[in-house]
Design a protein around this ligand. Structure first.
Ligand SMILES: Cc1ncc(COP(=O)(O)O)c(C=O)c1O
Length: 424
């Protein structure tokens, strides 16, 4: 993406998409997204049906781009479902995951034939009558927590002993209860797990999936037919935020998975995936204009417009979500020269609103731009309204190898009135 940034940024400044009035904007390399999805499709056999985890970039334009590649969509709220439908996904290409599904949303999901992952036994009880009432054709199954432990970021780890997600497989009585549910209900045809998002090693992810595939095999053999036809293995492929290299790749993951869970590659099951971050993170970036610089207590500080409103995870958990920053001049050319230890601060009114501390970078000056790398997933698409700051503009960028870089507005920067209408 770095070379693309060097093409996109000067073009964006020249075209007026970044300037004094619009000092913050985000960009998605659309060709990069489609190439990433091609790599995903190439890494796995055809009976793998890939869905995109909409939470990673919920914008309808992003979802529409994904839809055009043939992927499905995993959604986790009524809002995301609506966005997926507006992006043009057929209901049968959508998977619904949400821990606290209301009866109304369950009714909508079932009536539309949307696949559903059940979080807990109480939700299952609600479903028993709803499935009959709606004569639903939805593909339905339990989400399982294989309880194999946390990755390096606890807040992103969904397979801990006491995780809030899914049915805890090893808790007393749960395995038998699951078996009984599947035995008594022929409409339970799938099973789901998602081990975590970022910070989980391939080994951890595969250990969790191994347990869930064993459970599927056990249930099918206890019933005597292959009632579970679909295994949804979730997303979670980690992203490398340290440099431009994509690692691990989808190919690395597929290779390891094949070695440890060959059943998924036999064709016996349809296998669903739900990748999010690995599709978008490296294909998007944020650029912020520097308003002022100063020196406090011996530390050089640049005051930017990118803070907690678009980089909440980095600001609140800087050790886990450190992102690469680069400096460009007012025309968008990469700055070189002697590096200086600097802090890059956001615009919000609390001391922790920093997008980078103690970074060695060429001296940042007012009017320069700082780029936040690998922020295409879970950053600008999920704005946060601290200090009533507007959601930034987002542009899709294509034709990077053609005569002129082409920008499409995915979202205009919010006006003051629009921001205040959201905040109330
Ligand atoms: C159920 C489920 N599936 C898929 C994902 C996507 O994970 P990632 O973006 O790490 O691929 C998430 C992320 O929170 C999730 O909760």
């Amino acid at each position: 993406m770095s070379s693309n940034i060097q093409q996109i940024l000067p073009a964006a400044i020249k075209a007026g998409y970044l300037n004094k009035e619009q000092a913050l904007a985000a960009f998605v390399d659309t060709g990069g997204v489609t190439q990433t999805i091609s790599a995903l499709h190439e890494a796995f056999p055809d009976h793998f049906e890939h869905t995109f985890a909409a939470k990673a970039n919920t914008m309808v334009r992003a979802l529409n781009l994904v839809k055009e590649t043939g992927m499905g969509c995993e959604v986790a709220s009524h809002g995301e479902l609506e966005q997926a439908l507006r992006a043009g996904f057929e209901p049968e290409k959508i998977v619904y995951d949400e821990p606290a599904k209301t009866k109304d949303i369950l009714h909508k999901v079932l009536s539309n034939g949307i696949a559903l992952n059940i979080d807990n036994f109480q939700e299952f009880e609600r479903l028993e009558s709803l499935v009959r009432e709606t004569a639903s054709q939805s593909r339905i199954g339990f989400r399982i927590n294989p309880q194999i432990g946390a990755g390096s970021i606890t807040a992103m780890s969904t397979a801990t002993m006491s995780s809030k997600f899914g049915v805890a497989l090893d808790d007393e009585g749960n395995r038998t209860a699951l078996l009984d549910c599947y035995k008594a209900n022929r409409w339970l045809r799938s099973i789901h797990t998602h081990i975590g998002s970022q910070g989980c090693s391939l080994d951890l992810m595969i250990a969790g999936i191994r347990k869930v595939v064993d459970l599927a095999e056990e249930i099918n053999s206890a019933i005597g037919i292959q009632q579970i036809e679909v295994i949804d293995i979730g997303g979670g492929l980690p992203v490398n935020f340290d440099c431009d290299e994509v690692k691990p790749t989808f190919g690395d993951y597929a290779g390891e998975l094949k070695r440890h869970v060959p059943e998924l590659f036999s064709g016996k099951y349809t296998v669903k995936t739900e990748f999010g971050r690995s599709i978008f993170a490296k294909n998007g970036f944020i650029a912020t204009r520097i308003e002022y610089t100063k020196n406090s207590g011996g530390r050089q500080i640049a005051l930017s417009h990118a803070g907690v409103q678009i980089a909440a995870r980095t600001v609140f958990m800087p050790d886990h979500w450190k992102i690469r920053l680069s400096v460009f001049d007012s025309a968008g050319q990469a700055k070189t020269g002697k590096e200086v230890l600097q802090d890059i601060a956001g615009p919000c009114c609390f001391a922790g609103d920093m997008i980078g501390t103690a970074r060695n970078l060429p001296l940042i000056e007012p009017g320069d731009y700082v780029v936040l790398h690998d922020t295409g997933a879970y950053y600008f698409s999920n704005p946060y309204y601290y200090n009533s700051l507007p959601a930034p503009a987002v542009y899709g960028v294509d034709n990077l190898n053609g005569a002129a870089v082409n920008f499409t507005v995915w979202r205009q920067q919010q006006t003051l009135d629009q921001t205040l209408a959201v905040v109330g």
